[in-house]
Design a protein around this ligand. Structure first.
Ligand SMILES: [Zn+2]
Length: 45
C-alpha cells in the first residue's frame, strides 16, 4: 500500500483514501509526495 504525504500539512494519507478524490482530507491540498524510506548511514569510526 502506498502512502502519500501532504506537502502542505504534512499528514500522511493512504493511497486508497485518495482514489476517489486526489485531495488531502485534512487541508484540501492537491500536492503530495511519496516519503521515501530513509537509509540511515552510520559512520563507523
Ligand atoms: Zn494536507
Amino acid at each position: 500500500m502506498a502512502i502519500y504525504k501532504c506537502f502542505k500539512c504534512g499528514k500522511q494519507t493512504s493511497h486508497k483514501a485518495l482514489e476517489k478524490r486526489f485531495v488531502c482530507p485534512y487541508c484540501d491540498s492537491k500536492i503530495f509526495y511519496k516519503p521515501r524510506k530513509q537509509i540511515i548511514k552510520i559512520k563507523a569510526v
